[in-house]
Unconditional design. Structure first.
Length: 157
């Protein structure tokens, strides 16, 4: 109850404003570089990758495309804000919606910044089980989207 009463305490509005601005700036310092990298990757894909590259090489809605997305997601450490711009560009270049969903969800769930704290707090075994469950569940979601949207070459965000 004490924390709730501090939430509604308006005795120091300037102090609360300072704390809010400080929190916003800290968040921007932490997330800004990741978002910038995502935007730059998206721009690079949009500019340099030929149309239908992913459809041609990864077979559009193939299992190979899903597996490639899963491998990229587990290797590339990014948050969802940094991943969205380049995934949107990959979709425009022919990446299937199931692979894109796998890339977004598995990338966030299996990166080092997620698994590190899980391993520290809950143990290494729990972190491995967590990562495996993310991989299995996102693969199932990606396969479901493959089957549901078969014949749809692109899904625009």
């Amino acid at each position: 109850m004490a924390s709730t009463s501090r939430l509604y305490d308006v005795s120091d509005p300037l102090g609360k404003l300072r704390a809010g601005v400080q929190f916003a700036l800290e968040s921007l310092r932490e997330l800004g570089p990741r978002m910038l990298v995502g935007v730059l990757l998206g721009a690079a894909v949009e500019t340099f990758v030929p149309e239908d590259t992913f459809t041609h090489y990864l077979g559009g809605t193939s299992l190979l495309g899903l597996l490639a997305a899963l491998v990229v997601a587990t290797i590339f450490s990014a948050d969802s804000l940094g991943t969205l711009p380049w995934v949107q560009s990959l979709l425009a270049k022919g990446l299937d919606a199931g692979s894109a969903m796998t890339l977004l969800v598995a990338g966030v769930g299996t990166n080092v910044s997620t698994l590190g704290p899980v391993a520290q707090v809950m143990g290494r075994r729990t972190a491995v089980l967590y990562a495996l469950s993310v991989v299995v569940l996102t693969s199932a979601i990606g396969l479901g989207l493959h089957r549901t949207l078969r014949g749809e070459p692109h899904v625009h965000i």
